[in-house]
Design a binder for this molecule. Structure first.
Ligand code: MN
Length: 298
């Protein structure tokens, strides 16, 4: 017999609201607010997430030469690129490539390592336009850091979707909401949703209390637990004092990126595009990169 728990789920509170840090350029194609690892949003606190670069809406002029970032390596983690506006074209040293269209998500497992380049898609680049993007780095547990590289090209039509009774929807990229699963497979438990409540309505979200949980206001503004204002382009980090919280849209057409993942309780050794557990593994990554073990890419 299964015991029925009568213990009420506790509310989790907002631990801090973070304004977008000063933006910097990645190559000439990504003008990003690096929310973490940064200050109180340390790599340890944010685990399993390691880095969040947020390209708030930026108007790019028409240009023939593609905006973007040239060949660079990654090892030991996953990069997740969410295209809200604009399109990204990528190519890698294993012959892979593709276009991340508006509304799509690319979940790339760098694993043992590859080289890739990321540019604005050529037709979009020639026309110019608004670019609005998130790139998140999700750490891999030690046992999976050297897994073979792979991509999950998650088209918008493949996302899980739950219509909210008060209007709006939850789009599920990874994890599960009200029994509906997202298409992404993950190495450790990760929930990734685009939450779009109708203006003036809220949705209750619930994750295990130990999960690192944050909300980024992509479009419009909102309110958490009825009390904490979350302005457009700001990030809210929730505490670990409970499981559930409410997220209200205070604008029309609001979109909130909600991330919640189980922390990976392992040492972190990071250097540039390499994310390992020890300094020796970092040194090996640099040696492998220098000796061409990540392949070649023009
Ligand atoms: Mn990259």
């Amino acid at each position: 017999m299964t015991a029925i728990s009568t213990k009420a789920k506790e509310m989790r509170k907002v631990e801090r609201i973070v304004a977008p840090p000063a933006a910097h350029w990645v190559g000439d194609g990504f003008h990003v607010h690096g929310f973490f690892p940064n200050g109180p949003l340390s790599a340890k606190r944010m685990s399993p997430f390691f880095l969040l670069d947020y390209n708030a809406k930026t108007e790019f002029p028409p240009r023939e030469e593609p905006f973007g970032v040239g060949p660079h390596p990654h090892r030991g983690f996953e990069t997740v690129t969410i295209a809200y506006k604009g399109k990204v074209e990528h190519h890698d040293s294993h012959g892979g490539g593709g276009v991340i269209e508006e509304g799509d998500v690319q979940w790339m497992t760098a694993g043992s390592g590859l080289l890739h380049k990321e540019f604005h898609e050529s037709e979009y680049n020639r026309k110019g336009g608004v670019f609005h993007m998130v790139q998140l780095w999700v750490n891999l547990p030690a046992k999976d850091k050297m897994t073979a590289p792979k991509y999950q090209a998650l088209a918008n039509g493949a996302m899980g979707r739950v219509a909210l009774p008060t209007g709006g929807e939850v789009e599920i990229i990874a994890g599960e909401f009200e029994g509906v699963k997202g298409p992404a497979t993950t190495f450790t438990p990760v929930n990734m949703f685009n939450v779009r409540p109708s203006k003036g309505t809220s949705v209750e979200l619930e994750f295990p209390s130990n999960y690192t949980t944050l909300v980024l206001a992509i479009e419009g503004s909102g309110r958490i637990n009825g009390v904490d204002e979350l302005k457009h382009d700001h990030l809210a980090l929730l505490d670990k004092g409970g499981e559930r919280f409410t997220l209200e849209a205070t604008d029309d057409n609001a979109t909130f990126l909600v991330l919640s993942g189980e922390p990976i309780d392992e040492p972190i050794a990071a250097y540039g595009p390499f994310l390992m557990n020890t300094q020796a593994e970092l040194a090996q990554a640099i040696e492998d990169f220098n000796s061409g073990k990540f392949g070649y890419l023009d």
